[in-house]
Design a protein around this ligand. Sequence first.
Ligand SMILES: [Zn+2]
Ligand SMILES: [Zn+2]
Length: 190
Amino acid sequence: MACELIDKIVVHEAVGKKPNRQQQVDIYYNFIGQFNLPLTEEEIEAAKVEAEKQAAKKAKRKTERQRERNAAFRAKAKAERWAANEGHKFAKRVCEHCGKEYYPNGNKQKFCSPECKKEHQRAELEQKRFAEKGNHTFRQKTCKICGKPFWLSNGQEVLCSEECKAINRRQKQLAYYHRKQSEQNAGEAI
Ligand SMILES: [Zn+2]
Ligand SMILES: [Zn+2]
């Protein structure tokens, strides 16, 4: 009944201090518009509560609309991004190995293909080995006598030092001597 009769209620800011505090409340009735009527303190309070409720509702609707607009904006930006990347999630990138342009599947992808990745890793390893070689022309080898690694100076050596070469010579002589000795023994036995 009241809802049908009342179009809207406008509650004005209160003026003056108690007990002279006054607050204007305009009630717009359907069919007759604004209509002056003395109101009780309770009625004013009720009208104020109602007005606050309406304001809160309005603010909530505003937040919801803003949220919807934000979501729509994000969706549009995403669609534009995909369109710009010809249906790919990420933008075109240049392969760090072959230099070709490609569309990556992830943010950290560096190469256009598994082959390029493998080839790049192999080249890196080679470079590392080369760096380790430093000023040496030939690679490193393990000495047959002492078992220590050493750098080759002509690519042919098998022993690391003069000392190891001397040991090797002595071992060979000893082996020759033992062979001769056993051959001699075998001859005597016959
Ligand atoms: Zn590549
Ligand atoms: Zn050695």
